[in-house]
Design a protein around this ligand. Structure first.
Ligand SMILES: [Zn+2]
Length: 186
């Protein structure tokens, strides 16, 4: 059973998390929880895992309607949106609320779930269209000085809250070893 609306994006992982949060907010979703799965697995089990975050998101008025229909619905709240890395690719995925609601036989609840689904679909469409615009954005590789389309960026690195982009692992490696030297030059 397909239970997710999933999109591959060409943002870096941290870029994808912040874009996803921004679009969710634009579409009226609050972010109630944020679970860093990678950090949790590392802390609890000392295992290495890909970047992976679970966002618990909620549209207050839809949640209120759902709770009025069925008090136990809290078991399905909030809706989850995940951002994760798999083999170097970054994905954003949202649960399909109507699929989750199939377990519960309540017609008026399905209506609320459909509304939530419409909103989440809009969020996912917005993320992928912003991502399309992003692909043609020009950035500079501060190491070799090359101008790159975002779609040609193969390596990214976050330094002091800002993202830097590179044409190759070599350029990234130089940057990582001494970021201030390259930032200082510009
Ligand atoms: Zn380069």
């Amino acid at each position: 059973m397909n239970y997710s609306i999933k999109k591959q994006v060409n943002y870096s992982f941290t870029g994808a998390v912040s874009k996803t949060k921004a679009v969710l907010a634009e579409e009226g979703f609050g972010i109630l929880t944020e679970i860093d799965v990678k950090a949790t697995l590392k802390n609890k089990l000392d295992v290495e895992w890909d970047n992976y975050v679970i966002l618990g998101v909620c549209n207050p008025s839809l949640a209120y309607q759902a709770l009025q229909e069925e008090k136990e619905i809290g078991l399905f709240l909030p809706c989850n949106v995940i951002v994760y890395e798999d083999k170097g690719k970054v994905f954003v995925s949202a649960i399909i609320p109507t699929v989750a609601m199939k377990m519960i036989e309540n017609k008026s609840l399905n209506k609320v779930a459909s509304q939530a689904e419409e909103k989440l679909k809009k969020v996912m469409d917005k993320i992928s269209s912003k991502n399309q615009d992003e692909k043609t954005r020009k950035v500079f590789d501060l190491v070799c000085g090359m101008e790159l389309n975002m779609s040609d960026v193969t390596h990214a690195f976050e330094h002091e809250g800002k993202e830097y982009y590179f044409c190759s692992s070599t350029c990234k490696g130089h940057f990582v070893s001494d970021p201030d030297m390259y930032i200082g030059e510009n």
